[in-house]
Design a protein around this ligand. Sequence first.
Ligand SMILES: O=C(O)CCC(=O)C(=O)O
Length: 213
Amino acid sequence: MIFHKQAISPIFQKQALEWVLIQSDSPSAMLEPEFDIDDDKRRYAKKIRNIFHVDPLFWQTWCDDSGLIQIVSQYLNRPRLLRHAAFIKRHADESFIPLHQDIALWEKSFHTAWTFWVALTPAFKENGGMFYHPNTEVVYPHEFDLNYPMFKCIDLEKNKISQEELKDASLNAGDILVWPAKTPHGSYMNTSGQLRVGMPIVFVEETEYQKIM
Ligand SMILES: O=C(O)CCC(=O)C(=O)O
């Protein structure tokens, strides 16, 4: 995990946060929204996808002018956008995300992928911040856990991973957390109820994209 502290200035944080909150309050189908299983009334999305493709003009300008693209180009020669999502934790008790590796869940294994997780609010353990495991060498087996039925995850016990090996990634708004595709990571349940919004944006090398897509 690599931390870029205060990489996005407050004006660009605000622009992105407003876009994400407005869109996730009444999301269009193109954003492939996910809702909390017991949120029958409000139907606020806790995850939206395809963000760039829904509003390319806004996001191209945002990526260029906020400085994100300059950071991305420190990691990739010819970056190609693969995914652009946002995870929104508005309330207490929302959304524990179990330990997983992105490369194990994508339909194709992009070895050159880097995720740029942009904190649009503070993101600490108490409001559902990120945690990770430092071993980025192996791909662990992923399996369904009925407690977290949305996607497959890593069974800590079976893979002999102790809680103590997991590290917290505490972020302020404007920080960017960067990780390669084999990094095991997840996020805590929001126990404080303080809003937590993070925007993972994944880029791969254009050459790898052309080869395997
Ligand atoms: O933002 C989160 O809570 C989780 C993000 C995540 O797991 C991912 O981007 O793969």
